[in-house]
Design a protein around this ligand. Structure first.
Ligand code: NDP
Length: 274
């Protein structure tokens, strides 16, 4: 496993396990499998409605808590200072934990203009020693600039949609220049077209790897944190088996050139659902 060191000194596995769209009971089974395979970082959220299942797998494993890296997120309806603190406490209760490693704002929902206030609540949780690190998801450059200007703690990372068809070069450059990691959600294009791309197929064959492994390797070599999701045991193993080969500079560029700026999810400014 590769680890990255976040801007507050905390170490985080560069490869983690996502559980969006996994029902609670299945999440317990999938996370147990992931932990058995060797994943130590799990990415959940209040809105996924599977924090209990994630917590169950954690408690049934014999892995010491300090070896795990658990992320959850404050949902749009819980934004605001007091609401966010309460939401954090409720997430801990469902997970059965007394802290999480990383607490993130799930979407900026700029129409409501509450993300600064929400982030200040996360700062309080961090200062009080109740969470190991804080960050954001789906923040565009202007949202991040506002956090940097009006708050005191730089987010450790920004979790954004990112895969070969949405390479996110601009936000990556901005984040890297501010010592903010980028974490890719839907790193495998949600199991979509990118896995069938002829260029990626050719590169994968040259390394005797699958297209999923090749895409994950591309993310890792880009210094991006990844959290692929799968409920299929063989794929959970496959996606973890990405540390024994290396893409050349030319192969990295070939994958980068596949970018189409094509999103599966919404543009963050347009997503104001509550
Ligand atoms: P992914 O890009 O991880 O793709 C998951 C899909 O790909 C599933 O359908 C899975 O199928 C399939 N798959 C996984 N591995 C393979 C493989 N080796 N070969 C072929 N198909 C494969 O998409 P997600 O959208 O789930 O993103 C990952 C995580 O990011 C989420 O689970 C969540 O934790 C986080 N996320 C965060 C968001 C945010 O707003 N902050 C938004 C969306 C996601 P199967 O499970 O059937 O094996």
């Amino acid at each position: 496993m590769n680890f990255v060191t976040l801007n507050n000194g905390l170490k985080m596995p560069q490869l983690g396990f996502g559980v969006w769209q996994v029902p609670d009971d299945q999440a317990a089974v999938a996370v147990a499998k992931a932990l058995e395979v060797g994943y130590r970082s799990i990415d959940t959220a209040m809105i996924y409605e599977n924090e209990k299942g994630v917590g169950k797998a954690i408690h049934e494993s014999s892995i010491p808590r300090e070896e795990l890296f658990i992320t959850t997120k404050v949902w749009n309806t819980d934004q605001g200072f007091d609401n966010s603190i309460t939401a954090y406490e409720k997430s801990l209760e469902r997970l059965g934990l007394d802290y999480v490693d990383l607490y993130l704002i799930h979407w900026p929902t700029p129409q409501y203009d509450q993300y600064v206030e929400t982030y200040k609540a996360l700062e309080k949780l961090y200062r009080d020693g109740r969470v190991k690190a804080i960050g954001v998801c789906n923040f565009n450059q202007n949202h991040l600039e506002q956090i940097i200007n009006e708050c005191e703690i730089t987010p450790v990372l920004n979790q954004v949609e990112c895969h070969p068809y949405l390479s996110q070069k601009d936000i990556k450059d901005f984040c890297h220049s501010h010592n903010i990691y980028v974490e890719a959600w839907s790193p495998l294009d949600q199991g979509g077209e990118a896995l069938e791309d002829p260029v990626i197929k050719r590169i994968a064959a040259a390394h005797e790897k699958t297209t999923a492994q090749t895409i994950l390797r591309w993310h890792l070599q880009n210094n991006t944190i990844v959290i692929p999701k799968s409920v299929t045991p063989s794929r959970i193993e496959e996606n973890f088996n990405v540390f024994d080969f290396e893409l050349s500079q030319k192969e990295m560029e070939e994958i980068h050139n596949l970018n189409r700026n094509r999103r599966k999810g919404p543009e963050p400014n347009d997503f104001n659902i509550r």
